[in-house]
Unconditional design. Sequence first.
Length: 125
Amino acid sequence: MPDISRRRALTAAAAVAATATVATLAAPAASAAGHHAPATPDSFDEVYKGRRIQGRPASDGGHHHEHGGGYAVFVDGVRLHVMRNADGSWISVVSHYDPVATPRAAARAAVDELQGSPLLPFPAN
């Protein structure tokens, strides 16, 4: 094996690290260039564990419209505050730390978390 100087070894390691960093930073930018806004989820209306859950595109333009991605979710007729994350997952005010794939899943998670308790309206600020 040929002798390699410390300077050459450090230069090579820095070049590999820089290449890896550029590749890591360029990948999200490349995927964002072709990224399309996720489609609005389909409406739903069902009974889950004895509770009526509903979801539909929102028509109001208030504060909830901005965070809910233009989508409204209800549990027994009371609006469940939902929010769409940047990665497309959904959270609710009831299950905030447990992201799910759809608003329907967020409504079901809220029913599970409520354990029979009524959903109280979330105050609009």
